[in-house]
Design a binder for this molecule. Sequence first.
Ligand code: 2AM
Ligand code: CA
Length: 269
Amino acid sequence: MMTPLMQQIAEAALEAGRIMKSADQEHLSTINKEGHANFVTKYDMQVQRFLMEKLAAILPEAHFVGEENGQEVFLPEYKNGFTFVIDPIDGTTNFMKAYRPSVTSIGLLKDGEPYLGVIYNPYTDQLYRAEKGLGAFENDRRITTSPVPLSDSLVSMGTAPYYGPEISRSAFEIGYWYLDKSIDIRRSGSAANDICMVASGRTGLFFEPQLGLWDYAAGAVILAEAGGQFCDMHGKPIPFTGKTSFLGVSGAIAGNGGYMPPEELMHGF
Ligand code: 2AM
Ligand code: CA
């Protein structure tokens, strides 16, 4: 059972996925954005336009923060009422290379707090969703984080390649620190999807030294409702206003402790 609000937002995510899957891989009209390895295609733009129109019809009073619409800043007035935080295609580089996954991520904040999240992977037809207090789901199946310790878990990481070598070097050093303490490391290229992998118990922990609000807003709700926890990589709460480092973890690993990376490995963030 979905609430009417969830039903409508989930339908928008499914339609966004259909647009992604209709893409002509030979004609993506890719543009380089600011920084290293930062791209946008015409499909990112098309999906964002579609979602803004569709979601505005569902909740006309809501504000918008989105990766591709020039409205990338969380303004102080967004602390009141509803704000959609959307990433039309999370995993744009994967999308360009026809490497998977790429997902659509729709978060909804209420008075600045995470309230609802929908993440859809159209290539596998996995829809992740959660509303505060109502649990987390993958399609129609209730999901919870993994019960096993870090030593029996996969860890996934993001390399944060957009901000110069110092931050990325930290990411790899921290990844190496986890390699020893876990089964192995994964790097998918979609932070939103990585957070769903923790929420659904496939991995035990995910970290990335720098993410945009649209990369984690929806995933955070799904992870929390699946029994997981999140914070920044220094262990501080995330204010849901913009860029931050991100660490998401299963409830079991959080309960055992000893999973926060050492501060001396963190350079430049
Ligand atoms: P994207 O595919 O929507 O661009 C991979 O390291 C993760 O970081 C992806 O989820 C990617 O999202 C995200 N990302 C891309 N550009 C970024 C930027 N400039 N700052 C922070 N995160 C970014
Ligand atoms: Ca994106």
